[in-house]
Design a protein around this ligand. Structure first.
Ligand SMILES: O=P(O)(O)OC[C@H]1O[C@](O)(COP(=O)(O)O)[C@@H](O)[C@@H]1O
Ligand SMILES: [Mn+2]
Length: 640
């Protein structure tokens, strides 16, 4: 043991007894049950649905209430659950539907239930953690209310007087809200977001704001997050893609209103050069009202951004031969005189290919106007304070993958050959595969932010590779056929061939091999997002004898008709793992009025033989090391 380290450690304690107290405290923590982890992925801007599963803890709050109140009817449990999910809305609803006296009585009854529930969910934590979970303003009262076995002891009058006082001061509702918040906070301890917060849905910014307020969260970057991050790292190409997808899904408000990006110059440019085309009809969710003019504008903007994307992509492919994307240099394969394109030795006619700013002699070149426009837009993205803050958060809390409590979390895949070997990516005279490849990407992502003013350094270009590259663990397909989908009628050309990983991941030997490569035991699980599981076609999200769980079930509204559900989430508590399938979320009003959870099925993934304790977790392992150090310090206190 390093003498210097023990010397420093000693400084944290006033005497030997203090060391002993800490040893006892940490040892006790190690014996507590493992806290609950919650996994979500592919949220794709669907804030309301995400907020709902966060609030109901994917059913874990209801489970706790059933255990805590075994005599309660289903209706009473649902009523109390709704109060815990949406305390403010439920209180308002009750106030509006009951007379004042009944409302006060209802509040008093619910307060007692909330206190009992809060006490129940705090059982698996230390007192200090519970105290920290209380909102500051009610910390003292909550401690008082929770510590004693209230209402049945000598303190009955004391509690009643607290409640009466709160009622008199109009603070009872606020205390109930504080209790509900604490119950939610303590029921789920940690959230994992397995990628794809951005694109397709309307409120990715609200999701990030919400995540920023959570006490314990990590993120595995998805391909749709990386392209947004790349705008701040200075990639005009990624920016064009972000603009194209935002126009495609009618989400310009995110850019203009939330991130304060001025799209005027792009709008003017798009109106000058493009006319609406069928292939660029925006994908709007049912019920969203948009005028014909707005539809036309989205259509033109999508075209303008697409053509600029193809030009900039052609430039990137030329300067990065090591990415082996030559086949994707689509503009170079076009015969402009007869409007055809050659793909894999086959000629296809182009449909409605309107690209008035392309020079057939140098199709990749931006016009002077386009250079100016691109610079202007990129500087708008890069100076958006809010986008900057959000990307910074993604960098701080995120990574290419995560090993956590024996499980491996990756958004897309581990690129594999058909025979199951790890596929290598060769770059800078080195070859990377498996964990080493993901570590390499992780380093490069962070490096790309060191020079946001340079648009074409290797690290920034690699962010684009992560969006479309064959060896990208976030993409997991051979090539992205964006161009073909817009301009070629033959659907054969639209297919995007998945990496061998997606067929091989059904076998438990594949997953064990991957877990081993990451230094994890084959007892662990691999958790993926990225590919929507088509539950309605009978696809099972639990694969490889339970070792692999795919939790992309379609939070994204445009994908719900394919999956048949509205998203999966996963829970991992001291008893094991459980997967929940969700029904579409309608609105908070309906959830409150009808006390609905919108969870359809729960499936047990894995049940542990003995209840897991903190000592079995990553944090627990660290605590055990700390205890060992403290024991050395305790035995040799006077030496240091
Ligand atoms: O549904 P859209 O907007 O046409 O997007 C399709 C594109 O999205 C991708 O599926 C990537 O997005 P996901 O990560 O959600 O799968 C591409 O492979 C594909 O070309
Ligand atoms: Mn994805």
């Amino acid at each position: 043991m390093d003498e210097k380290y023990l010397h420093l450690l000693k400084k944290q304690f006033s005497n030997r007894e203090a060391v002993l107290t800490e040893i006892i405290n940490l040892s006790a923590i190690c014996e507590l049950p493992k806290a609950t982890e919650h996994f979500v992925s592919d949220i794709h801007g669907e804030y309301a649905a995400f907020n709902h599963v966060l609030r109901n803890g994917s059913g874990s709050i209801k489970e706790k209430l059933k255990e805590c109140f075994p005599d309660f009817s289903g209706e009473r449990i649902s009523d109390l659950s709704t109060l815990i999910y949406y305390p403010q809305d439920k209180l308002t609803y009750q106030k509006d539907t009951l007379c004042l006296l009944d409302f006060d009585l209802w509040c008093q009854e619910k307060l007692i239930e909330l206190i009992k529930a809060c006490k129940y969910v705090s059982q698996k934590y230390t007192r200090s953690k519970v105290r920290k979970a209380f909102p500051e303003q009610f910390r003292y009262i909550l401690e008082e209310l929770l510590i004693e076995e209230a209402f049945s002891t000598d303190k009955k009058n004391y509690f009643e007087s607290i409640i009466q006082k709160l009622l008199q001061l109009g603070q009872l509702s606020n205390l109930m809200i504080a209790l509900a918040d604490t119950i939610r906070r303590l029921t789920v301890d940690h959230l994992h977001v397995v990628g794809d917060i951005y694109d397709r849905g309307p409120f990715p910014d609200k999701i990030i704001d919400r995540l920023m307020g959570l006490p314990s969260v990590d993120i595995q970057w998805g391909n749709h997050d990386i392209v947004w991050m790349a705008t701040i790292a200075g990639s005009p190409l990624a920016m064009m893609n972000v603009l194209r997808v935002s126009a495609r899904y009618g989400n310009l408000d995110i850019l203009e209103d939330s991130y304060g990006i001025n799209l005027r110059p792009l709008i003017e440019y798009a109106q000058k050069y493009y006319e609406p085309l069928a292939a660029f009809a925006p994908h709007l969710v049912e019920g969203k009202f948009v005028t014909q003019d707005e539809m036309d504008l989205l259509n033109r903007l999508q075209q303008a951004a697409a053509i600029l994307q193809f030009k900039l992509e052609s430039q990137l492919i030329a300067r990065r031969p090591e990415f082996i994307l030559d086949d994707r240099d689509i503009l170079q394969h076009i015969n402009f005189s007869d409007q055809t394109i050659k793909i894999k030795e086959q000629i296809y006619p182009l449909v409605d290919f309107n690209a008035p700013t392309i020079d057939p002699q140098a199709p990749e070149k931006l016009t002077f106007e386009e250079l100016h426009l691109t610079d202007h837009l990129l500087s708008n993205f890069q100076t958006s304070e809010k986008l900057h803050k959000h990307v910074q958060f993604l960098l701080e809390k995120g990574g290419m993958y995560l090993c956590y409590n024996g499980n491996l979390l990756i958004h897309g895949c581990l690129p594999l050959h058909e025979n199951g070997d790890f596929k290598s990516f060769r770059i800078e005279e080195k070859a990377y595969s498996g964990k080493a490849l993901l570590d390499f990407y992780d380093r490069k992502v962070r490096e790309s932010f060191l020079h946001p003013e340079v648009p074409d350094d290797l690290a920034t270009d690699l962010l684009w590779y992560l969006w479309v590259g064959e060896c990208s663990s976030l993409f997991g397909k051979k090539a992205m056929t964006t161009f073909e989908r817009y301009y070629i009628a033959d659907k054969k050309t639209h297919a995007e061939i998945k990496n061998a990983y997606y067929a091989l991941r059904k076998k438990s030997s594949t997953i064990s091999h991957i877990l081993e490569n990451f230094g994890l035991s084959s007892e662990g699980h691999l958790i993926n997002g990225h590919t929507p599981i088509k539950e309605k076609n009978g696809e099972n999200p639990i694969k490889a004898d339970g070792k692999l769980i795919v939790i992309d079930g379609g939070f994204s509204k445009p994908y719900q008709k394919e999956t048949g559900i509205a998203g999966y989430t996963l829970l991992y508590n001291s008893f094991g793992m459980q997967l929940s399938a969700h029904q579409p979320f309608s609105s908070i009003e309906e959830a409150v009025k009808e006390s609905r959870d919108m969870i359809s099925v729960k499936r047990l993934v894995d049940k542990v033989e003995t209840r897991q304790r903190v000592r079995d977790t990553n944090i627990g392992q660290q605590l055990l090391k700390d205890i060992a150090d403290l024991e050395i310090l305790y035995d040799n206190y006077d030496r240091y």
